[in-house]
Design a protein around this ligand. Structure first.
Ligand code: B3K
Ligand code: ZN
Length: 873
C-alpha cells in the first residue's frame, strides 16, 4: 500500500452531488446499481474522473445515459478511470458483489448462517468502495437515495439511513423499500441492513419539537435485552440537548445489533450498527460493566450525529476530530449518569497501560498522524483516548461556559461540512477571544510528556515554590519535541488532611485550581502557608502526562484518606502501591514504608462509611501486569508477576478480617438492581472476594457459594473468575457448568473464553490452544477472537511472553490464520508484538524473529504488513 501523507492533501477534483443506489439483495450475490451525479472543480479541468472501487464485478457502465465501451474507461486495482469527461457527468454502473464471501466485514457482508442470518454493511473507513464505484473520501458529501429489493420471506426487514419514503411489492415474492437521506453525508456513513430482525420501538420528542421514531433491531431471542439500550438512547438524546443544545434532526433513529462486527459499533446516520456486546444487557446475561459500556457506547454513537456526521472530517488524518471529541462527550455523559470517579479511574488506567505503551513504542504516532499506509490501523488508543484527553484539557482551560461557547461556534460554522483540527481549535479560540494555536502541538507531537515536579517550602516566608518541568522523549520519525501547554490542577492539604488555600504570586497563571505550564520549565510561588503542605497534583488527571516527583509515603497516605477529588484519592493509593511494587521488584528489603502506608490507608478506607464503594473497590484493585510494567525501562514479565503477586498477597493477608467483614456486610448487593449505587456495592463485594481468594484457599468455599447464590451475571462471573484464576480444585467442573448454562449465549460465552485466556498460569496457553477447537469458538467471529486470542496476547503477559517462546509462536500462527479471514482483526492481534523493544534481551530477540518470519508470509494483508513494518522499524 502506498504511503498517504497529510501534507499531500488536495481537495477533490470531482465531487458527487447526488448518489442513487439500488440493491438486489441476496447473501450469495447482490447486484448494485449506482447513479452518481458528478461535478468537476472548474479550477481543475484536466483532472481525470477516478472512482474508488475494489473487488467489484462490473456488469454495466453508462455515461450520461449511454453505454460506453472499454476504450472510454479502465479498471485499476482499486479504482475505475473514465477518460475524457469534463465539467459534469452522470455515471451509472451495475456491479455484482458477494456478501457471503466477505469475511473481512468491510462493505456488505452476512451476519450469522446463510439460511438464517442477515445482511449488513460497514463502510468506515473505506468499505464503501467494496460496495460500489464512488468517490470514497470523507470530504465528498452527497444526499443519498437508496432502494432495497429482496425476497420478502428471507429478508422481511429492509433498512437504510434516512427516511423511509416508499415501499411496495414485486413479482415472485420480492419487495422493495426506498430511503431518502437529504442531509449530505460522506460515503463512510452509508449503511444498510436486510433480514429477519425484530424491533422494540419508542419515540423521543426533541427540544425542537420533532417526534423521532426510535427502533432497536435484534434477533427475536434477545429482543428483551435491548430495553436498557433504549433507555440509554433516550438519555443520550436528552443529554446532548441539555449539555450542548444539540437536537436530532431526522424522523427516525435505528440501531441494529449483530454478533459479527469487527469493532464496537458504527455511527451511520440514522442507522447505527452495534456489536451485540455493547447493546444487549439484562442482569442475567450482562455484567454491571456491560451495562455501563452499553450506556457509553450508545451515547458515543449517538453523539457522533453532531460530532462526526453533521460536522465531519476533511480527511482521515483528522480522525481524532470526531473520535477524540466524541470519546470526551461519551465520558462526560457516563460521568453525569453513572459514576464520575469510576469512569475517570478506568479511563486513566487504560490510558496508562495501553496509550502510554503505544506512545513509548515503535507504533507511536501523533493524535493527528501525518502519514499512513492503512487507515484502519489508526483507530488507536492514541487517536481515541489521548485525543479525548486533549479535548478534556481544552474544556478545563476554557471552563464549562467557555467550552460550550466554543462548541456552539464550531457547530454554527461547520454544520454540513468536512473540517480539520485547525477549524476546531479556531472555533474554540474565537468564541473565547483566545489564540489556541499552541494546542495544535498536542495533535502533532507523538510521545507522552514527562512532567517533573519539585517543591521547596520556605518556613520563614510561609511560602512554597513549585517547579514544573516538562520534556518529551523522541519517537520514531520525530526527534525534536516542543513544550506543550499543560494544565495542572492542584490542591494543598495540611497534615490532618484539611484543604489549604491556593494563593499564587503569579495570579494570572492560576485559574481556579489550575496552573497552566506553557514552557519547558517554570516555578510558581504559593504564599500564606503556615507549614509545608501536602501537594495533590493533576487532580482529576488534568493532563495526559507521566508525573515524576519524589513521593513520600506520609503525604500519599494523607491524600489517600482525605483528598476530596475521588480520582486523586485513588491516584494516591495507586502511587503507594506502585512505589511498593518498585521496591519489591528491586528486591529491596527491610522497612517498606510504602507497602505499610498503603495497607494502612486501605484499612482505614475500608472502615470509612462515607467512601464511595466504587472508589474503594478501585483502590483495592492493584494495577495489572501491563500497567505495572509500562513505566519500566526493561521488562521481565516473570519478575513483574512475582512482585505483583507479593504485593497483592501482602495486602489481602493484612486486611483479611476487614475484607471478610465488608464481604459479609454487602451480602444483599447481589440481588439489588442495576442502578449505579448497587453496581458499586457489587463491585466492592466482588473485589473483597477476589482478594480473599488470593490469600487463602479456605475462601474458595465463599467463592463457590457466591457462584451458586448469584442472582446476576456480575456475581456469577466474578466468582467464576476467582475460582479459575486461583486454580481452585472446583475450577474445571464450574467451567463446564457455566458453559452448559450459557451455551446458546454468544456474548456470555465470550466471557467464558476470556476468563480462561487470562488465567495467570503458563499452562493457560495449552488451554487456549485446546479452546480454539471448542464448538463455540469461531475464527471468523471477531468477538471470539478478541476474547480468546487477544485476551491471551494483550491481557495475559506471563503467557504471551513465556520464556520458551510458545506464546509468541502460537500468536504468530493465529495472526497468519486470521489474516486470510479478517485482516483488521489480525492487525490488532499483531500489535501485541509492538512492545518488543522494551522486553529483556532474550524475549526481545524471539519476538523480533517471530515478526520477521511472519513478515515473509505469502499474501500478507496490507493491515498486518503495516503493523509489522512499523514495529520492526
Ligand atoms: N467510527 C467507528 C469506528 C470505525 C472503525 C473503522 N475501522 C466507531 C466509533 O468510533 O464510533
Ligand atoms: Zn467514535
Amino acid at each position: 500500500h502506498p504511503l498517504v501523507r497529510l501534507r499531500d492533501y488536495r481537495a477533490p477534483a470531482w465531487r458527487m452531488e447526488r448518489v442513487d443506489l439500488s440493491f438486489d439483495l441476496d447473501a450469495e450475490q447482490t447486484l448494485v446499481e449506482a447513479r452518481l451525479e458528478l461535478r468537476q472543480d472548474p479550477e481543475r479541468p484536466d483532472a481525470e474522473l477516478r472512482l474508488d472501487g475494489s473487488a467489484l464485478d462490473l456488469l454495466e457502465i453508462r455515461l450520461d445515459g449511454r453505454d460506453i465501451g472499454t476504450d472510454r474507461y479502465r479498471i485499476e486495482a482499486d479504482g475505475l478511470v473514465v477518460c475524457g469527461v469534463r465539467g459534469s457527468a452522470i455515471l451509472e454502473t451495475r456491479s455484482r458483489i458477494r456478501p457471503i464471501a466477505n469475511t473481512a466485514m468491510q462493505g456488505l457482508y452476512l451476519s450469522g448462517a446463510l439460511e438464517t442470518g442477515f445482511l449488513l454493511s460497514q463502510c468506515e473507513a473505506e468499505g464503501f468502495r467494496h460496495i460500489t464505484w464512488s468517490i470514497d473520501r470523507p470530504d465528498v458529501l452527497a444526499p443519498y437515495t437508496v432502494t432495497l429489493r429482496a425476497d420478502r420471506e428471507r429478508y422481511p426487514v429492509l433498512l437504510a439511513g434516512g427516511g423511509r419514503e416508499a415501499a411496495g411489492e414485486l413479482d415472485d415474492g420480492r419487495h422493495w423499500v426506498r430511503y431518502v437521506d437529504p442531509q449530505p453525508k460522506p460515503s463512510y456513513l452509508f449503511a444498510l441492513v436486510a433480514g429477519r430482525l425484530h424491533s422494540i420501538e419508542d419515540a423521543y420528542t426533541t427540544a425542537e419539537g420533532r417526534r423521532v421514531r426510535l427502533a432497536i433491531w435484534a434477533e427475536a431471542a434477545v429482543l428483551d435485552r435491548c430495553r436498557h439500550a433504549m433507555d440509554c438512547l433516550k438519555a443520550a438524546f436528552l443529554w446532548d440537548e441539555q449539555t450542548y443544545g444539540r437536537s436530532y434532526r431526522l424522523d427516525a433513529f435505528h440501531i441494529v445489533a449483530t454478533h459479527d462486527f469487527t469493532m464496537g459499533a458504527m455511527e451511520n446516520t440514522g442507522l447505527n450498527i452495534f456489536n451485540s456486546k455493547y447493546l444487549l444487557a439484562d442482569p442475567l446475561h450482562a455484567t454491571d460493566d456491560d451495562f455501563r459500556h452499553v450506556l457509553a457506547v450508545v451515547g458515543h454513537e449517538y453523539f457522533h450525529n453532531w460530532t462526526g456526521n453533521r460536522v465531519t472530517c476533511r480527511d482521515w488524518f483528522q480522525l481524532s476530530l470526531k473520535e477524540g471529541l466524541t470519546v470526551y462527550r461519551e465520558q462526560e455523559f457516563e460521568s453525569d449518569l453513572a459514576s464520575r470517579t469510576l469512569r475517570r479511574i478506568e479511563d486513566v488506567r487504560s490510558l496508562w497501560r495501553t496509550q502510554f505503551a503505544e506512545d513509548a513504542g515503535p507504533l507511536a504516532h501523533p493524535v493527528r498522524p501525518d502519514q499512513y499506509r492503512e487507515i484502519n490501523n489508526f483507530y488507536t488508543t492514541t487517536v481515541y483516548d489521548k485525543g479525548a484527553e486533549i479535548v478534556r484539557m481544552l474544556a478545563t482551560l476554557l471552563g464549562r461556559e467557555g467550552f460550550r461557547r466554543g462548541m456552539d461556534l464550531y457547530f454554527e460554522r461547520h454544520d454540513g461540512s468536512a473540517v480539520t483540527v485547525e477549524d476546531f481549535l479556531a472555533a474554540l479560540g474565537d468564541a473565547n477571544a483566545l489564540d489556541l494555536g499552541c494546542w495544535l502541538g498536542w495533535y502533532r507531537q507523538a510521545g507522552t510528556p514527562v512532567l517533573e515536579a519539585h517543591s521547596h517550602y520556605d518556613a520563614e516566608r510561609r511560602c512554597l515554590e513549585l517547579t514544573l518541568r516538562q520534556h518529551t522523549a523522541a519517537t520514531s520519525g520525530q526527534s525534536e519535541k516542543q513544550p506543550l501547554p499543560i494544565p495542572v490542577a492542584l490542591a494543598f492539604f495540611d497534615q490532618r488532611g484539611n484543604r489549604l488555600p491556593l494563593q499564587c504570586d503569579d495570579a494570572e497563571r492560576l485559574r481556579g485550581d489550575v496552573l497552566l505550564l506553557e514552557e519547558a520549565e517554570a516555578t510558581f510561588r504559593f504564599t500564606n502557608l503556615d507549614s509545608s503542605p501536602v501537594t495533590s497534583l493533576l487532580r482529576g488527571y488534568s493532563a495526559p502526562v507521566r508525573l515524576v516527583t519524589s513521593f513520600d509515603a506520609r503525604g500519599l497516605a494523607i491524600l489517600a484518606s482525605h483528598e476530596t477529588d475521588g480520582f486523586n484519592r485513588w491516584q494516591a493509593a495507586d502511587a503507594m502501591a506502585r512505589q511498593a511494587f518498585a521496591q519489591l521488584l528491586a528486591g529491596e528489603r527491610g522497612g517498606q514504608p510504602f507497602l505499610e502506608a498503603w495497607i494502612c490507608s486501605l484499612r482505614a478506607s475500608l472502615a470509612e462509611s462515607a467512601i464511595e464503594p466504587a472508589t474503594l473497590a478501585e483502590m483495592l484493585t492493584v494495577a495489572d501486569l501491563a500497567a505495572l510494567a509500562e513505566p519500566l525501562a526493561e521488562i521481565d514479565p516473570d519478575a513483574v508477576f512475582k512482585a505483583r503477586l507479593t504485593l497483592e498477597t501482602s495486602l489481602a493477608r493484612a486486611l483479611e478480617p476487614e475484607l471478610l467483614e465488608s464481604y459479609a456486610a454487602l451480602a444483599s448487593a447481589s440481588a439489588e438492581g442495576t442502578e449505579p449505587a448497587a453496581q458499586a456495592r457489587r463491585r466492592l463485594r466482588n473485589r473483597c472476594l477476589q482478594l480473599l481468594c488470593v490469600v487463602d484457599r479456605r475462601h474458595h468455599v465463599l467463592a463457590a457459594a457466591h457462584y451458586t447464590r448469584a442472582s446476576c451475571l456480575s456475581d456469577r462471573l466474578g466468582a467464576l473468575t476467582c475460582i479459575v484464576h486461583s486454580a481452585a480444585s472446583a475450577a474445571p467442573a464450574l467451567l463446564e457448568e457455566f458453559a452448559a448454562a450459557y451455551r446458546d449465549d454468544p456474548t456470555v460465552m465470550d466471557k467464558w473464553f476470556a476468563v480462561q485466556a487470562t488465567m495467570p498460569s503458563a499452562a493457560a496457553l495449552e488451554r487456549v490452544c485446546e479452546l480454539t477447537g471448542h464448538p463455540a469458538f469461531r475464527w471468523d467471529n471477531p468477538n471470539k477472537v478478541h476474547a480468546l486470542l487477544l485476551g491471551l496476547a494483550h491481557r495475559n503477559p506471563i503467557v504471551f511472553h513465556r520464556l520458551d517462546g510458545e506464546g509468541y509462536r502460537f500468536t504468530a500462527a493465529a495472526i497468519r490464520k486470521l489474516d486470510a479471514i479478517n485482516p483488521q482483526v489480525a492487525a490488532r492481534l499483531a500489535t501485541a508484538f509492538g512492545g518488543w523493544q522494551r522486553m529483556e534481551p532474550r524475549r526481545r530477540a524471539v519476538m523480533r524473529e517471530e515478526m520477521r518470519r511472519l513478515r515473509t508470509a505469502e499474501n500478507l494483508s496490507a493491515d498486518v504488513a503495516d503493523i509489522l513494518g512499523r514495529s520492526l522499524g
